[in-house]
Design a binder for this molecule. Structure first.
Ligand SMILES: NC(=O)c1ccc[n+]([C@@H]2O[C@H](COP(=O)([O-])OP(=O)(O)OC[C@H]3O[C@@H](n4cnc5c(N)ncnc54)[C@H](O)[C@@H]3O)[C@@H](O)[C@H]2O)c1
Length: 321
């Protein structure tokens, strides 16, 4: 008989965590998923625990009490927010990860998911079709913490046989929650302005092309990687995955197909410097070969869905008030 998996998610209130939690509840059953975050979520349906992942003893007791077999460790400080307090970001991103790595080894957790990012690359990496394996010289403390995390992931796999799996997410675009302080946040914020037919002020320059991924693809990649047979996983640092690539100007054109009068004004800020060091597009051929990764959403499909879903959300909110 196949043993029922018991899932723990850290950072479950975040942009990715809130969607992943629902998807994992559908897959494993509501009672078999424990969502946790440092802040409470009054609206969460299912098992929710307050957890600061810096608190190892609390993490351990939640893992023991719920007989956790898989952990999705999403809690982190993101690229743009991270630059405001570099050392604090390093502490939070690395200490929380060590706590999750150690509890996984001590409590025999079967599988662990750790999200890395395109932020691991530095300005020296080829911008187009950035290869899976290249010298990683990130410019942000966030990127530095993800590179360290990737290497520690491989170390725990090699030395403790911990089955830890990881993808380098591009900028994630979804309608469910607002993003949490990353350099690609503009690509979500822009839709909130579009549906209200007001102009958008973009913090990146119009031709800054970055790799992006629609939420459904990002969540599916996560689940497919975790479900892949162990023997097919050749990368134990982190896999490149690609969805689509576009600049703020190209996203504006896509929105103008629906709202012809929509305009973006460009006012690059400190985030431009971060974005300028990142890849424009990503080579994800190793993920495609190893576990059949294949993105389904391009810029036009994503734009259409984002606008439809956000309009629906706005109408529902208005009806309630
Ligand atoms: N969203 C993206 O575009 C993107 C891209 C690349 C990688 N990632 C990675 O995916 C993961 C999830 O990203 P996200 O966009 O959902 O982030 P987010 O900022 O929206 O959510 C992170 C969550 O972690 C929680 N958190 C912060 N510190 C904590 C702590 N000490 N203990 C417990 N919880 C804590 C926050 O309250 C928040 O709910 C992160 O590791 C991020 O680096 C995200």
């Amino acid at each position: 008989m196949i043993k029922q998996e018991k899932i723990l998610i850290t950072g479950a209130n975040g942009q990715l965590g809130s969607v992943l939690a629902k998807r994992l509840q559908e897959k494993h059953g509501v009672n078999n998923v424990v969502a946790t975050d440092i802040v409470a979520d009054e609206d969460f349906v299912g098992n929710f625990e307050i957890l600061d992942v810096l608190d190892f003893e609390r993490l351990k007791s939640i893992v023991i009490q719920n007989e956790i077999t898989q952990i999705y460790h999403l809690a982190a400080i993101l690229s743009a927010s991270g630059e405001k307090h570099p050392k604090r970001t390093w502490d939070i991103n690395t200490k929380t990860f060590f706590n999750v790595l150690d509890v996984s080894v001590i409590q025999n957790v079967n599988k662990l998911f750790f999200p890395s990012s395109i932020a691991v690359y530095g300005a020296n990496a080829p911008k187009i079709n950035t290869p899976q394996s290249y010298e990683l010289t990130p410019t942000t403390v966030y990127g530095i913490s993800k590179v360290a995390g990737e290497n520690w992931a491989k170390y725990y796999f090699d030395n403790y046989d911990l089955d830890i799996r990881s993808v380098r997410y591009p900028g994630v675009i979804g309608h469910q929650t607002l993003p949490g302080g990353g350099t690609t946040d503009y690509a979500v914020d822009i839709f909130y302005k579009a549906i209200n037919e007001t102009n958008f002020e973009c913090f990146l320059s119009k031709n800054t092309t970055l790799p992006m991924i629609y939420m459904d693809d990002a969540i599916r990649a996560t689940i497919e990687l975790m479900d892949a047979p162990k023997k097919s996983i050749s990368i134990r640092t982190s896999y490149n995955i690609a969805g689509m690539s576009f600049s703020p100007e190209e996203l504006t054109y896509a929105i103008q197909k629906i709202y012809p009068n929509f305009k973006t004004l460009y006012k690059p800020d400190f985030r431009q410097k971060i974005a300028s060091c990142w890849p424009s597009s990503i080579d994800d051929s190793v993920a495609k070969k190893d576990w059949n990764w294949n993105p389904l959403f391009g810029i036009d499909e994503m734009t259409k869905i984002m606008i439809e879903e956000l309009k629906l959300k706005q109408q529902t909110k208005l009806q309630k008030t």
